[in-house]
Ligand binder design. Sequence first.
Ligand SMILES: [Zn+2]
Ligand SMILES: [Zn+2]
Length: 336
Amino acid sequence: MRGENSGIDTRAPAHGACRPGKDDKAGARERPVNAARELVVLGTASQVPTRERNHNGYLLRWDSEGLLFDPGEGTQRQMSFAGVAANAITRICLTHFHGDHCLGLPGVLARLNLDQVAHPVDVCFPESGREFYHRLRDVVPPFAGLRERPVGAPGPIPLPGMPFALEAVRLDHRIDTFGYRIVEPDGRRMLPRRLAEFGVTGPDIGRLQREGALRVGDRNLTLDDVSVVRRGQRFAFVMDTRMCGGVEELAQDADMLVIEATFLDADARLARDYGHLTAAEAAAAAQAAGVRTLVLTHFSQRYTDLEGHRLEARKHFDGELVIAQDLMRVPVPTRR
Ligand SMILES: [Zn+2]
Ligand SMILES: [Zn+2]
């Protein structure tokens, strides 16, 4: 498959529509109504924002979850342009404490407070940067729902109420940096024709799903008789890093990979020296890992035109290729 997507879709979003709950109790979460899965790109610039590109910022909408990754400077305003309400955010993940990945955090926390967002919001960040985190947090009034989740080692991050696993993987940058991956567990898709064949209806369907087996007449039905495995989806977020095993691990089998492509191969030496990837490296890693939708971002201000990134990546990657632009929306591909 060979597809490309470079248009900006700024259609009015429906997802900010979740309301703060009146009777929110300890740990209760509001469930937004829209079940779509998409990436809302809030910014695509590394180091220095440009006229066209805000600092980093990405909201992943995943059913009732809204994961905000690496809110750089200006993220709060970009959210307004993108139509993302503060209460759409359920978790925040920081890869590292360089300014283009975290200077927007105070504004976002202030906004959560101002809008009286009623559900808790987890903030994941490298534990070694706790001091920087505290500085960013403490310049704004405290948001009561804040749940701090420092990440000290690679592995799953225990988060209450999460319908999928969120895993951190160490990357190779100039300071301590973690990439993140969402791994949805496999599910089951019931086959209506098979259910009808065996005469399973109504509450018996739920019982079979819960218990894995059901007695029908003189036969013991199992889930395998009436359903097939529905593979869980994967999303990976890889920011500032040199090529390393962590990139390969995060990218493996990702339905969508959002990855930095700060430089082009002509500037590979800069990439190496400053701990970054080229578009070619990112694309080759995605191809080897079986990625379906590849989103390149975090571009150096030295490139005003990103056609070079597209051409370079296309030499190595034959799936859906997206050169990210601010305020773009990229759907997570439908299940296989
Ligand atoms: Zn950066
Ligand atoms: Zn960095």
